[in-house]
Write a protein that binds this ligand. Structure first.
Ligand code: TK8
Length: 338
């Protein structure tokens, strides 16, 4: 045997042994993971959760099971976050916007008109900036796995068509429990009222509030069209969801178990974004068919809205830190130049 063949054989044997030891060494215990989310099972959030559950089970050889609990049955986002921090619940998916009270850097994703399209969203969230913000969660007792797409938010209400800024005057508008959203809509002239998502449908139905803002997907899956007549296409912000694990729970997992969760989360992210975008591309037509009256903002009005909201950027920059703010702008410029 020549030297070459001997080396080749040795390499093959080594890699076979490595592969076998990987399969055997899978340090995975039977585990039951309670995974909470806010939307209905029949929603983009529910569908992606199912994909996540299937992959956790598959990748762990059936040992790890994810029990999905939707419809905010485990409480609104903020309550689940506390349960994760305390170790009473293992995982969840929810809005980054409701995390700002825990990790101030999350407010970056609340910046109006920061992200213009899904290409920018994916590159920014999956790149160094998204990682940096996600990493900040750990010191607070949470582990962020991946960002899912909630999407570009649009405005609905039951009072009147909103075609210009002034039309927002006097509209009682539910916003997420988040200072940037509160300031943004106050700045725009609405009577902004923070409420958890789990109370939103009833608040609209009982007319405790006149309107709300969410992506088309949610307006459709949550049946907001049943209690909201007017939709204005504002696309005022791109909102992510984030898949979270309790840090207490994470610290007790083996390397292999963590790898299962990480891999399954990445698969669910790719599925979720594709599914959400497909649904969003058809949703406006469906909402019209359900009877919603849709108003497209003129370019001039969008410009006025942008200008007004720019004033709150300085506050966001101070809160998330000037360094992170500047890095984000530089990263976006890089992404846009590609
Ligand atoms: C679901 C919420 C929802 C968000 C909101 O728990 O609260 O309006 O858009 O997706 O996180």
């Amino acid at each position: 045997m020549n030297q070459f063949r001997r080396t080749l054989l040795a390499l093959t044997a080594a890699s076979l042994a490595f592969g076998a030891s990987l399969a055997q060494a899978q340090d995975i215990k039977p585990r039951l993971i309670r995974f909470g989310y806010g939307l209905a099972e029949a929603s983009n959030q529910g569908r992606a959760t199912k994909v996540l559950a299937e992959n956790v089970e598959k990748l762990s050889g059936g040992k790890m099971k994810l029990r999905a609990i939707g419809g905010a049955a485990l409480g609104p986002d903020t309550q689940m976050q506390q349960a994760l921090i305390g170790g009473a619940q293992e995982m969840m998916v929810g809005s980054t916007a409701t995390l700002v009270g825990i990790t101030k850097e999350m407010a970056l994703w609340d910046t109006p008109f920061l992200i213009n399209n899904t290409k920018e969203a994916d590159a920014l969230l999956d790149g160094p900036i998204g990682d940096k913000v996600k990493a900040k969660l750990e010191e607070k007792g949470l582990v962020g796995l991946v960002y899912w797409e909630n999407g570009f938010r649009n405005l609905t209400n039951n009072k009147k068509p909103v075609a210009k800024l002034e039309d927002l005057d006097g509209i009682k508008l539910r916003v997420m429990q988040n200072a940037v959203y509160l300031d943004s809509f106050k700045t725009l002239g609405a009577n902004a009222i923070p409420l958890p998502y789990s109370e939103l449908f009833t608040a609209l139905e009982t007319k405790a509030v006149d309107g709300q803002e969410n992506p088309y997907n949610t307006i459709l899956s949550a049946k907001f069209y049943e209690v909201q007549k007017y939709l204005t296409v504002t696309n005022h912000v791109y909102a992510p969801w984030i898949v979270l694990v309790s840090k207490k729970y994470w610290d007790g997992l083996s390397k292999d178990e963590r790898a299962v969760l990480q891999k399954a989360a990445a698969i669910s992210r790719d599925f979720e974004r594709k599914d959400t975008r497909e649904e969003a591309s058809k949703a406006l037509g469906e909402l019209k068919a359900k009877g919603m009256q849709v108003t497209e903002l003129s370019a001039a009005e969008t410009g006025r809205m942008r200008d007004k909201l720019t004033h709150i950027n300085a506050g966001i920059a101070t809160n998330v830190g000037m360094e992170l703010w500047n890095e984000t702008q530089a990263e976006l410029a890089k992404i846009r130049a590609k």
